[in-house]
Ligand binder design. Structure first.
Ligand code: ZN
Length: 342
């Protein structure tokens, strides 16, 4: 992996805080990097971990000491990384982490444990790690990352020093993508579509990165068809995806609905996520009046939550599509619109 802080884009505030900690050797025993997904939390966490383990004197991580070389190869014995196993981080994973905590350092004097997406720890897993978080053995540092989906347990939160990460403005993200060598035109589209998330932008810039958005767009169009044939064929295609991918498609569906609201409200093209679809959105908007789009946003979010909670993907999706189709035919009255849905 890279040992270069310049790779972290647009998080100057957070980077300054953690680099100052490294420079002064004042690292709290538990750090929490919080903010939306895909904005550089995990990358920063690995740089901090490498920095804590680095044996050089100056700017850390140096990238060339024995510790940094091991870290760069993903082979540092004093570093452990826990990521969700499926939808959650389970108690067995925390048990493994506890065995790691009981060892002594192999290379230097420090050890680091990174827990990514800590908010998805099961309650048992979270409870079982509390004591270790509060009183870790000498030299052991915890770095937790957490998204904005679920709140972290207050007992975990209170034991960590929090560092906040924020979404990038579209123009800063666009410039960063161009600097990374991506095509300028694609960077402009993707910077808007990724909602300020570098991780998402890079995924979208992969050769088939926009495939999920195209599926969402096809779904939006098919709901307008007279009969249900196209909708069912989309539904069977989509429910064969992994749950995580289906949630991505639905997320793009939300972005499209949100853009339809922008078009319907005449807020201006510059606010669109899908700036390259302005014409198509303008064509579709007559079929998606504001009330219907708002109701659809709520329904799609509920479906995403159900699938995330291990509901049967196919049934959840069909339920959603029947609802959307029904609203198209009979209309829908959206209530409780006290705040903007996205
Ligand atoms: Zn080093």
């Amino acid at each position: 992996m890279t040992m270069n802080w310049d790779e972290v884009v647009g998080q100057q505030g957070a980077v300054d805080i953690v680099r100052a900690m490294l420079a002064t050797d004042r690292i709290p025993h538990a750090l929490l990097f919080s903010g939306p997904s895909g904005i550089g939390k995990a990358l920063t966490a690995k740089l901090v971990a490498a920095g804590i383990l680095c044996s050089a004197g100056g700017d850390k991580p140096c990238g060339c000491c024995q510790s940094c070389l091991l870290f760069g190869r993903g082979a540092h014995p004093d570093f452990i990384q826990v990521v969700p196993d499926g939808a959650t981080i389970k108690i067995d994973q925390i048990r493994m982490l506890k065995s790691f905590a009981a060892l002594t350092p192999s290379v230097g004097e420090a050890r680091v444990c990174l827990i990514e997406d800590a908010e998805v720890m099961t309650v048992q897993a979270a409870n079982s790690i509390l004591k270790l978080l509060e009183e870790p053995p000498n030299g052991l540092v915890f770095i937790l990352t957490a998204g904005t989906g679920k709140p972290l347990l207050p007992t975990i939160l209170s034991r960590c020093r929090k560092v906040a990460f924020c979404l990038l403005p579209a123009n800063a993200l666009e410039q960063a993508l161009v600097r990374k060598g991506y095509n300028a035109e694609a960077s402009a589209v993707i910077a808007h579509l990724s909602g300020g998330r570098m991780g998402k932008a890079i995924a979208l810039l992969a050769p088939d990165g926009l495939e999920f958005r195209d599926m969402a767009l096809a779904l939006l169009r098919d709901i307008q068809q007279q009969d249900m044939t196209a909708v069912w064929s989309q539904s069977s295609k989509l429910s064969s995806l992994a749950a995580k991918d289906l949630i991505s498609v639905l997320e793009f569906f939300l972005y499209l609905l949100r853009d339809l609201l922008v078009v319907a409200g005449r807020y201006g093209e510059q606010l669109l996520y899908n700036i390259d679809l302005a014409q198509e959105l303008a064509d579709l908007v007559a079929d998606w009046p504001e009330g219907r789009s708002m109701a659809a946003v709520t329904a799609v979010k509920n479906t995403m939550r159900a699938i995330d909670g291990n509901a049967n993907s196919r049934l959840a999706l069909e339920d959603l599509l029947i609802k959307l189709k029904d609203w198209q035919e009979k209309g829908v009255q959206y209530v409780n619109s006290s705040r903007y849905p996205l």
